[in-house]
Design a protein around this ligand. Sequence first.
Ligand code: FMN
Length: 198
Amino acid sequence: MKNKKITRKITQGIYALTTKNGGCIVDAVSQISAGENPLISVAVMKNNYTNLLLKENKTFALSVLGMNVNSEIIKIFGMNSMRDINKFEYIETMNVEEIPIIKDSLGYMILEKVDSMENETHTLFIGKLIEADVFSEEEAMSYGYYQKHKDELIKVKTEQGKTAWVCTICGYVYYGETLPDGFTCPKCGVDKSLFEKR
Ligand SMILES: Cc1cc2nc3c(=O)[nH]c(=O)nc-3n(C[C@H](O)[C@H](O)[C@H](O)COP(=O)(O)O)c2cc1C
């Protein structure tokens, strides 16, 4: 493959996917049908704790993050696992249909899981929209904007004097001059082409 980074040009937003007892940041969201209750899909990595939660729960939510969102939300929900910390202790949420949604968001969608499909790395969950609201007409943050500005948004602490390789998907940091052959991110599973040197 000559340059896989072209896939980053697929226009996507930044969302907090939540369900009872957990959630994570996602960009892999698509609307796949129209009408009163459109179908919306979200691809969740199998390594993520959220994947287990979505298999157990029937309902989940997507909170749409805006351009001026507090970047702590992206750090806490997108670079930590509910296996290690209780994300809801750090970020303010409110319950809608018993699902915690992010207060500092442009609005939310509540989805009822209707189908799912597995591939090697992800599960594609398909949900039917059952409730939604808009809090703000501010511009939504795009994945492209996040990629361009993530250094300011997410300050990764690197140990002085050491070369760090940062996973551009989940923020995992590997220390070493070079990434070993065949290296994949131990946190989110992507291959080494998605790491950036710092
Ligand atoms: C900007 C950004 C986009 C992300 N997009 C996705 C995504 O589309 N699907 C996914 O499964 N994980 C995505 N992640 C990674 C998860 O949010 C991350 O691995 C999280 O720590 C998982 O937490 P959990 O183990 O509590 O589920 C993204 C992270 C960031 C920072």
